[in-house]
Design a protein around this ligand. Structure first.
Ligand code: BES
Ligand code: MN
Ligand code: ZN
Length: 494
């Protein structure tokens, strides 16, 4: 898979590998930048006077051949328009960065120097970070299974001449966040015959290190814990289920924030089989686990001073002679009897036992992230993640992290009317609540197991994959909400 490397430098005249200069252009009368070459400066100023090259997301290439620009280090300048300064925000800037990153996917250019002095006009380090992050995120493709790779590895230099700017910090943060999100995309894009529950467990062990501990439980250990809701989902598959627990604890003797991810490596629906059209994208039903695993890895790399635990109960949901039947009753780890009305509502069954397991560690807060219901897309479309909570303070933190990362969340209610839809005639609760308010009844089901612990549930079924290139996302997996989870850790750190 294609990899990016970065390096920061302090002057355009420093030893450089790149022949391409990237220049963000903000629409503002005070725009100024010194390219350290009179001819190149004049070319830029004249072009800006005569053409509109600052429109948001627009790319203009200025060629600076050696014959005409003998003293200029670069053969071309890629100008990327950021639009009007007063209309810029984190997402608009990330979007422009994204279009340029995507443009580079289809070009032969492998090395470029991003000259960010022009961004000082913003007087806002977060906006600079967002532009660089967008660029890295747009520069993503999944070509692992193409013998002919479209793109080789990239090398990007980032130049700032401003000694006051915390450039190292900005680039490290944007690089770690974008690498994490791209890592999540890789996991979601990976076909289910390659990414089995055991493979996901192996990957989690591989990223563990001195700071990040990994504990894997197998089927028998889960059985001993009484995780029958989880194991009921897995019993139709020949793939072994795995409990994956990653733990990052820089602060001894402090309780953790728990990030739980749905990890269905393939959701056929089970005996309540999905029609083939809806089944095709179900290799992505582990999008929640991809995000939480990638996020904790970045949080540990960045060395944030906050204790985080990640938990993923990984399994396939398959039909077979040994599969769970619609109408089966399972006893969950906390003793709740669940009537399985529909085997395709499997995510909430695995989350039920995940939450009970997490509760044995006395968490400060639980966030679960799950591609849980098709109804999430019907309710909100793709522009927002459907969110639910029993604690407004934590919900506010998650909303703020969503604004910062551009993974926007919208809260839906946990009302007492729809809660009754989960009532079962023969058991404590059933795993479906009918057609109405499908995302809300799923959230109520999870809430039953959470109880009073501060909790936020993110239903990312609408957002985990996209069918078109848009902003900093390319067709396929989005990696949402990896960066939200990292920003949340920054909020918890304070
Ligand atoms: N994994 C699906 C939800 C999903 C749908 C994710 C579309 C991504 C895109 C989930 O397990 C599921 O099948 N949910 C059912 C629940 C129903 C049976 C109550 C659904 O949404 O139809
Ligand atoms: Mn399902
Ligand atoms: Zn599912």
């Amino acid at each position: 898979m294609q990899q990016n490397k970065i390096k920061h430098i302090n002057s355009l005249n420093e030893e450089t590998k790149s022949q391409t200069l990237i220049l963000p252009i903000i629409k503002n009368k005070d725009f100024s930048v010194d390219l350290l070459d009179m001819n190149a400066n004049r070319l830029l100023i004249d072009t800006m006077l005569n053409e509109d090259i600052s429109t948001n997301g627009e790319i203009t290439v200025l060629h600076t051949p050696k014959s005409l620009f003998p003293n200029f280090n670069y053969l071309r300048i890629f100008c990327i328009g950021l639009g009007l300064i007063e209309e810029s925000n984190l997402s608009s800037v990330r979007k422009s960065g994204g279009s340029l990153g995507r443009y580079f996917l289809n070009s032969k250019i492998e090395e470029a120097n991003i000259f960010i002095d022009s961004l000082n006009l913003f007087d806002n380090e977060e906006l600079i970070e967002s532009f660089i992050e967008g660029f890295f995120l747009g520069n993503y493709s999944f070509d692992k299974y193409k013998n002919k790779k479209s793109k080789s590895d990239n090398f990007f230099e980032i130049t700032s001449t401003d000694s006051k700017l915390a450039i190292k910090n900005i680039t490290t943060k944007s690089y770690e966040k974008s690498e994490a999100e791209k890592n999540a995309r890789n996991l979601v894009n990976e076909p289910a015959n390659y990414l089995t529950p055991s493979k996901l467990a192996d990957i989690s062990s591989t990223i563990s290190n001195k700071k990040l501990k990994c504990n894997i439980l197998d089927k028998n250990e889960c059985k001993k814990l009484g995780m029958n809701a989880f194991l009921g989902v897995s019993q139709g598959s020949i793939e072994e289920p795995k409990l994956i627990h990653l733990s990052y604890k820089p602060l001894p003797n402090e309780n953790s924030f728990w990030y739980i991810g749905k990890a269905i490596t393939f959701d056929s629906g089970g005996l309540s089989l999905k029609p083939s059209g809806s089944m095709f994208s179900m290799k992505g039903d582990m999008g929640g686990s991809a995000a939480v695993i990638s996020a904790i890895n970045a949080i540990a790399n960045l060395g944030l001073m906050v204790n985080i635990d990640v938990l993923c109960l990984a399994t396939e949901n398959m039909p077979s002679g040994s599969a769970q039947r619609p109408s089966d009753v399972v006893e969950a780890m906390d003793g709740t009897y669940i009537e399985v009305e529909n085997t395709d509502a499997e995510g909430r069954l695995t989350l039920a036992d995940a939450i009970t397991y997490a509760k044995t560690f006395d968490p400060k807060f639980i966030i679960d992230v799950a591609t849980l219901t098709g109804a999430a897309s019907i309710g909100l479309g793709k522009g927002n993640i459907s969110a639910f909570s029993n604690n407004e303070k934590f919900m506010k933190n998650v909303k703020n992290a969503g604004e910062k990362s551009g993974d926007h969340v919208w809260q839906l209610p946990l009302d007492s009317v729809s809660k009754k839809q989960n009532n079962s005639t023969i058991a404590d609760i059933k795993n479906t609540g009918g057609r109405l308010a499908g995302s809300i009844t799923a959230a109520h089901f999870i809430n039953h197991f959470v109880g009073e612990i501060p909790w936020v549930h993110l239903d990312i079924a609408a957002n985990s994959m996209t069918s078109s290139n848009d902003g900093w996302h390319n067709k396929g997996a989005t990696g949402i909400p990896t960066r939200l989870l990292i920003e949340l850790a920054y909020i918890f750190e304070k």
